[in-house]
Design a protein around this ligand. Structure first.
Ligand SMILES: [Zn+2]
Ligand SMILES: [Zn+2]
Length: 300
């Protein structure tokens, strides 16, 4: 017989009384686990093991399910810049709930009846379909489209599931939905690709280059842009990323690496810099091609 704490672990480190009773835990065993300190009673009917994280503790206290952007973050799916806790509560729930989480951030409650309940939801977490459905309503158009592409990239939803959501999505997302591409390697990449196309650049995503692998974005066939997300390129990636940049330059293609802040908070300056690099690269490219006409042995 597995311990009560271990059973809670198998349920994702949080469980409700009825789930535990269904798994054969007796009220006496539950009381003993709490007395031993291996299980914590976070709120009436909600129990956590020692691995539960802050969102799970906050959700338990509020009698809510982790949902929307907070559910996406747990799966590394793009969820925009809002870091507040999003919780699902029953449509007709009564009683007072905390306004802020333990970190002092305002909690965003979702009261609407879940549209996609099912076997993939947990007592403390909404289903992946529900999370993305809620998120595309909470996010602005740009972040919602990045979220849809990222959900596929992270294996959170299939392309068919995203199409199902798109068919019912708010009208304000219609234009962005027509531009969906399921090649994107990250939410940041989606945002940069769309912004550059919207100002008139030709941008190809995930270009395969021998010896390098896939390049995030190639602008006007002459500048490679890599986007560094906060999780995707940690310190361990630093050296590998620089080798990649050098190889790109060696192929005669300019290489730009953008941080999340440069895209989300300094876009005007960033775009001006990209425009300058693209113009220079195009000039350089036409100069090389011009020379090729007179010197056929030139390797470039
Ligand atoms: Zn656990
Ligand atoms: Zn939300």
């Amino acid at each position: 017989m597995r311990s009560t704490a271990t059973l809670i672990c198998t349920l994702g480190h949080a469980a409700m009384t009825d789930e535990l009773l269904r798994l054969g835990v007796t009220p006496r065993q539950l009381r003993m686990a709490i007395a031993r300190g291996t299980v914590v009673r976070a709120a009436r009917g909600v129990y956590l093991c020692a691995h539960a994280d802050r969102d799970q503790r906050d959700a338990a206290v509020a009698h809510g399910r982790i949902s929307c952007l907070s559910a996406l973050r747990r799966a590394n799916v793009w969820a925009g810049i809002d870091r507040s806790l999003h919780l699902q509560v029953p449509a007709h729930a009564t009683g007072t709930r905390p306004v802020r989480d333990q970190g002092g951030q305002r909690i965003h409650y979702h009261w609407a009846q879940p549209q996609f309940p099912g076997t993939t939801e947990r007592s403390w977490l909404v289903s992946p379909m529900e999370a993305v459905w809620q998120a595309i309503h909470c996010l602005d158009e740009e972040h919602a489209i990045a979220c849809l592409e990222s959900a596929v990239h992270e294996g959170f939803l299939t392309i068919d599931q995203v199409r199902e959501l798109c068919a019912r999505a708010p009208v304000r997302l219609a234009g962005g939905i027509r531009e969906l591409e399921f090649t994107s390697g990250s939410g940041m990449e989606t945002i940069v690709r769309r912004r550059l196309r919207h100002v008139g650049y030709s941008v190809v995503a995930q270009v395969k280059v021998a010896g390098i692998g896939d390049e995030d974005l190639v602008v006007e066939d002459c500048v490679a842009i890599e986007t560094d997300g906060e999780k995707w390129h940690g310190p361990d990636r630093f050296h590998a990323d620089r080798i990649r940049d050098l190889k790109t330059e060696a192929l005669g293609r300019r290489s730009i690496r953008l941080t999340q802040d440069q895209v989300l908070y300094e876009w005007e300056t960033t775009l001006a810099a990209i425009a300058r690099v693209v113009t220079d690269a195009q000039r350089e490219q036409s100069r090389r091609f011009g020379r090729l006409l007179t010197r056929r042995d030139d390797p470039l």
